[in-house]
Every structure is written in C-alpha cells, then in structure tokens.
Design a protein around this ligand. Structure first.
Ligand SMILES: NC(=O)c1ccc[n+]([C@@H]2O[C@H](COP(=O)([O-])OP(=O)(O)OC[C@H]3O[C@@H](n4cnc5c(N)ncnc54)[C@H](OP(=O)(O)O)[C@@H]3O)[C@@H](O)[C@H]2O)c1
Length: 265
C-alpha cells in the first residue's frame, strides 16, 4: 500500500494554526492526503488551507474548535462526517513553564484538558473507526520531556509522559489491526510555544521534526527528533538513570527558562 492508500483519504491535524501543526498539514498535503485543519484561530487555518490546496491539488476542511472544552468531540465528529478519515495527528498542545507552585491553576487545568484529555478522546473515538476500516494511523506529538522528570516543566512533562505511554501501548494493540500508532518526541523546536527562546541553538526547525514523525509511522512506536535530542534521551534513559536524570534535567531546565524569562522582560 502507498502512503496515500494506507492513510488517506483524509488526515485530521489538530493544532494546525501554527508551529508543528502547520508543518504536519503541509507535509501530509504534499503526500497527497486531504487535510482537516483544527485549532481555534480560524483566519490562520483559512490562510493555510488556501496555500496547501493550490500547491498540492488536494481538499482541505477548516474546523475552528476549542479542544479544551467539554463536548468538543461531538462537534468534531459532526464536522468530519462522511469523510474517509485515515490518519489522526493529535498535535495541539500548550505548556506551563516555571515554578510549579507559582503556576496558574486554570491554565494548568486547561493544559490537562488539551494535552491529555482531548488526544485521548480523539484517539478513542477515531481509533475505533480506523480499526473497523482495517488500516490507517495515529500520530501523537509527545516530547523529549516525556522520558524523565522535567522540573520547571513539571506538569507539562507529565502530560507528555502520559501521551508517550498511551501511544506505545496503542502501537502494540493496534499493530495487529493494521493501524499504525507513533509518538513523535521533539525537543525544543521553533514554534509559537518557544518564541521566548528565539535564536537559541537548542531549537530545531519544525520541518525536519515533523518529517521524522511521518517517516517513522508504521516503523516505530516512538521516535525522538534530532541527533542532539536522541543523545540526550539516550543519556537519561540508559546512562544516568531516573534519579540522576531528574537532577541534570532540573539544572538544565532551570537555566533555559530563567534565560527565556529574562529575554521576555
Ligand atoms: N515547540 C517545542 O519545542 C515542542 C517540543 C516538544 C513538543 N511540542 C509539542 O508540539 C505540539 C505543537 O506545539 P507547537 O510547538 O507547534 O506550539 P504552537 O506553535 O504554540 O502550536 C500550538 C497549536 O495548538 C493549538 N491550540 C492551542 N490551544 C488550543 C485549544 N484550546 N484548542 C485547539 N487548539 C489549540 C494552537 O492553535 P490556536 O491557538 O489557534 O487554537 C496551535 O495551532 C504540542 O503538543 C507541544 O506540546 C513542542
């Protein structure tokens, strides 16, 4: 089966108004898939839709939707009714950085809904349909922070550990049903989320990050983007162990976010 036969006719990409989501949409359109673009900012989605429709001769559906709101799934299912969905990209996400105890509770709860609840509900509802169809795929955007404790990104890292674990288990179960599941684990990547780190050598471009995820769909249960992040993950997983990883990561994150905060002022 070609990529288009296996994962077409349509892919749903959440968080498609900026950063990695824009790149997923472009690359999937480039592989001939029609794309459903989901995020809150309709005008950005419309602009992207115009661009990828004309460049790739595909169809695009724009679905402005807040995925952190209760009941969003009914709206999403209604909007895509009748479309032959073959690929889900569970990508939308926000972060909460800095001292855990100073974080805003409402934003943290919103992150929990968006980063954990929404991708779970989407994977549950559309996963059933993909299994019935007998072929298709689900890509989750996790993070390199999923592999170890991440002080100063504590709750965000925990949401991504959930996603990584879910994706790995689903990969095993769905593998026997013809449905490929993968977690893409980026490190720091250029996007709106990392605008405070602009110019930092730590940042990867979104295009190679997303390509790593798409290229490894059907091959791996998870993939870390970029050689630097791969080395870091190898070190935390295989060399340092959980206790030392927590200390080293905490020290690094403390420095990264202090620097980012200073730049913002
Ligand atoms: N950038 C990094 O360094 C990095 C590293 C590891 C993992 N990631 C993950 O990559 C994914 C994409 O993030 P990004 O880096 O591309 O950040 P981004 O540029 O800020 O994009 C986030 C996307 O999520 C959407 N979104 C936010 N709140 C939403 C809501 N309530 N309902 C629907 N959509 C919502 C945003 O669109 P609207 O604002 O228009 O709704 C936007 O399209 C996230 O899961 C993030 O955790 C990023």
């Amino acid at each position: 089966m070609t990529f288009k036969e296996k994962y077409g006719d349509w892919a749903i990409v959440t968080g498609a108004s900026s950063g990695l989501g824009v790149e997923y949409a472009k690359q999937l359109a480039g592989r001939g898939l029609n794309v459903v673009l989901v995020a809150r900012r309709a005008e950005l989605l419309e602009k992207l839709a115009d661009e990828i429709k004309t460049t790739n001769n595909i169809e695009v559906k724009v679905v402005p939707l807040d995925l952190s709101k209760q009941g969003f799934i009914d709206e999403l299912k209604t909007q895509v009714e009748g479309l032959n969905i073959g690929l889900i990209v569970n990508n939308a996400g926000i972060n909460c950085e800095g001292d855990f105890y100073r974080g805003d509770l409402r934003r943290n709860l919103n992150m929990l809904h968006l980063n954990v609840e929404a991708p779970f509900i989407i994977a549950y509802e559309f996963g059933k349909k993909l299994v019935e169809r007998g072929h298709g795929g689900i890509i989750f955007t996790a993070s390199s922070s999923a592999f170890q404790a991440t002080p100063y990104l504590s709750h965000y890292g925990a949401t991504k550990s959930y996603i990584l674990s879910l994706a790995e288990s689903m990969n095993y179960e769905f593998g026997t049903k013809g449905v490929d599941v993968i977690a893409l684990c980026p490190g720091f990547t250029e996007s709106e989320m990392t605008k405070g780190l602009k110019g930092s050598p730590l940042l990867m471009k979104a295009a190679p990050v997303v390509q790593t995820g798409i290229d490894n769909l059907g091959k791996k249960a998870f993939v870390v983007a970029g050689i630097g992040n791969k080395v870091q993950t190898f070190m935390t997983q295989r060399v340092l162990g959980r206790d030392l990883s927590r200390v080293v990561t905490g020290s690094l994150m403390g420095r990264v976010f202090n620097r980012a905060n200073k730049k913002k002022k």
